[in-house]
Design a protein around this ligand. Structure first.
Ligand SMILES: CC(C)(COP(=O)(O)OP(=O)(O)OC[C@H]1O[C@@H](n2cnc3c(N)ncnc32)[C@H](O)[C@@H]1OP(=O)(O)O)[C@@H](O)C(=O)NCCC(=O)NCCS
Length: 178
């Protein structure tokens, strides 16, 4: 078993590769971070939004960001689709949280379903994680379907969370247990 956060994961699925983001991925990442439709259902404090310049984001992803969060690019045939994230690692309870976001033109093609499945497999089979959690906006029907299809159970529904907006965000808390 590998200890989470000791290396940058490289994960391959049938159609996708989840890997380290490189300087050459700046264009795709820039399109993503400037898409209001993508960030409508997301917290305001995601790392890729922290710096105006995406090159700065990329430079800091695997040092400053890596203290808390592993953000990987998701690619289909080397085309940038979006991001997958592992965060909230708790070594003592073998727990981690996951998230994802994709460019709009990739929506509805099963990319999120395959990404979440890949993250679950990687975490449980390679790193010894036994509990995976996810938080989603109640109104986000698409991600609700994705986590349900991947075997997550709804632990708490409609809890008000601080996602950085003026009002608490009604969120669903999901749990996946080995
Ligand atoms: C949410 C998101 C990750 C989904 O990605 P995706 O690649 O389109 O998801 P998939 O294609 O794997 O699956 C989507 C599922 O939702 C279903 N769906 C889509 N819109 C729906 C709606 N309004 N009501 C119910 N189900 C819906 C699809 O039919 C599909 O289910 P199916 O395979 O059973 O038909 C993507 O839309 C996205 O990046 N959104 C912006 C960021 C975001 O919301 N991230 C999640 C934050 S927690």
């Amino acid at each position: 078993m590998k200890k989470l956060f000791t290396e940058i994961p490289y994960i391959k699925t049938e159609r996708l590769v989840l890997r380290k983001i490189e300087e050459t991925d700046a264009e795709g990442l820039s399109e993503l971070v400037h898409s209001p439709s993508v960030y409508r259902y997301l917290p305001t404090f995601l790392f890729e939004q922290k710096y105006e310049d995406v090159h700065e984001v990329i430079r800091r992803l695997y040092d400053e960001c890596f203290k808390e969060s592993i953000i990987l690019g998701v690619f289909m045939e080397e085309e940038f689709c979006g991001l997958a994230e592992i965060y909230g690692y708790r070594e003592n309870t073998h727990k981690a949280s996951i998230g994802c976001r994709f460019l709009e033109h990739w929506w509805g093609k099963g990319v999120a379903t395959e990404t979440v499945d890949a993250l679950v497999r990687y975490l449980t089979q390679k790193t010894g994680i036994e509990i995976i959690t996810a938080s989603t906006m109640v109104e986000n029907k698409s991600i609700t379907r994705v986590v349900e299809k991947n075997g997550f159970l709804l632990a708490v529904s409609g809890v008000g969370e601080d996602w950085g907006y003026p009002q608490p965000t009604p969120a669903n808390k999901w749990i996946w247990l080995l």
